[in-house]
Design a protein around this ligand. Sequence first.
Ligand SMILES: [Zn+2]
Ligand SMILES: [Zn+2]
Length: 125
Amino acid sequence: MSKDLDFICPKCNFGLHFYLYAYVVNDKGERVFCPPPDPEATARKVLGPNVTDELLKRRTGLNESFMCKTCLMEAVLDGSKDPQVCPACRSRDLVRTKDLLKKTCPKCKKGAIEENPARKAQPVV
Ligand SMILES: [Zn+2]
Ligand SMILES: [Zn+2]
């Protein structure tokens, strides 16, 4: 069992990653990871010393992991800013990865998704 996975199905070993982290969009349009416990410090560093609160708000967000129920691919999206479309198959049938916890495994439909016992530290904001 991979320690790398956050959620797993004990029946079929299907696994998912769980991400939830703050990001800031740099001048190239790339999302830069803002580590806890002070993501705003990174955001201000990326945007420069003269950044306004309004710009800070517009250029920052939260990325979260989703899973496509059609093709079982994982996607990391900003749930409040990005269109919720699977990048692999264009399906709109995405669920938040964290909402799969304790639910029936989407792959084997037999097991229930649980937190990977081998994984201790959760990457949260
Ligand atoms: Zn898909
Ligand atoms: Zn399963």
